[in-house]
Design a binder for this molecule. Structure first.
Ligand code: ADP
Length: 255
């Protein structure tokens, strides 16, 4: 699958919910061929930032650009069409849907997990064309699930489900892949497989932005880390810098 990553640039982004300033003058860049990570304690604004990039919330101030195109005024479905794909946890997969069909259906529901069920319940997958299945199979090779193409998607164990969710995003040929807590609940082997996949996506030229609690995974995987605290970026840099930053240790790890 083609992975032509674009540069995602967020600059001067602010967002308040009522009197609660969730993000304050936040600037981050996620570059093609790199894994960029967003970390920070609960309530620091990570989800809000992902939601703003995805077009779910409007910005109060600031810009979000994909290469040279501004996307900060676009609604979520247009952001998805512009090439920003996001994984969602546990989409409601109907029984009987195969792994290949579930991935192929990703091409019809580029921004909402909830539409997956709707697509798949239409006169039984009529809308999933052979070309989409072929593309799905290429993606399944990439994520290492090709041998499970005919398995029932809903019966996959959690680790493979997460890989499937990444596959559903990749099948849209995204310019930017947003991963929200993709490793949560996975055991160590499953985390390793997910990390290996993310590296493969990066090495194929993809742009990956991940929000993750697993600090060990971030240090092992990220090329660039942005640390949020209280809605602001308090540090950024490669893992070897971040893991020694006293502000990060204080804010994030609470030591
Ligand atoms: P994180 O993902 O880092 O845990 P969030 O982005 O979820 O942080 O939250 C940042 C702040 O914004 C919190 O104070 C949270 O209560 C607030 N917030 C997030 N979303 C909303 C919303 N839809 N309405 C009101 N407040 C929100």
């Amino acid at each position: 699958p083609a992975l032509r990553g674009a540069e995602l640039a967020v600059s001067g982004l602010s967002k308040a919910f009522g009197g609660n300033q969730a993000l304050r003058d936040v600037s981050i860049i996620a570059a093609p061929g790199r894994v960029t990570a967003l970390i920070g304690p609960n309530g620091s604004g990570k989800t809000t930032l992902l939601n703003m990039i995805s077009g779910f919330y409007r910005t109060d101030a600031g810009r979000i650009a994909l290469d040279d195109g501004q996307i900060q005024r676009l609604p979520a479905h247009r952001v998805a069409r512009a090439g920003v794909a996001r994984t969602f946890q546990t989409p409601n997969l109907p029984a009987g849907v195969t792994v290949a069909e579930a991935v192929a259906s990703g091409r019809y529901s580029t921004h909402r997990a909830s539409t997956l069920g709707a697509v798949l319940r239409l006169p039984r997958f009529r809308r999933i064309r052979a070309a989409d299945i072929a593309e799905a199979e290429r993606v399944l090779e990439l994520v290492g699930l090709a041998h499970l193409r005919d398995a029932e998607a809903v019966s996959l164990p959690l680790g493979n489900r997460r890989l499937l969710e990444v596959a559903r995003a990749l099948v849209t040929e995204p310019k930017v892949l947003l991963l929200d807590e993709a490793a949560s609940g996975l055991d160590e082997d499953e985390v390793d497989r997910l990390a290996e996949l993310i590296r493969r996506i990066r090495d194929a030229g993809g742009t990956v932005l991940l929000v993750e609690h697993n600090f060990r995974l971030i240090l092992a995987l990220a090329d660039e880390i942005f640390v949020l605290a209280h809605g602001q970026v308090i540090a950024s840099g490669p893992p070897e810098v971040i893991e020694r930053d006293p502000r990060v240790l204080n804010e994030y790890l609470g030591v």
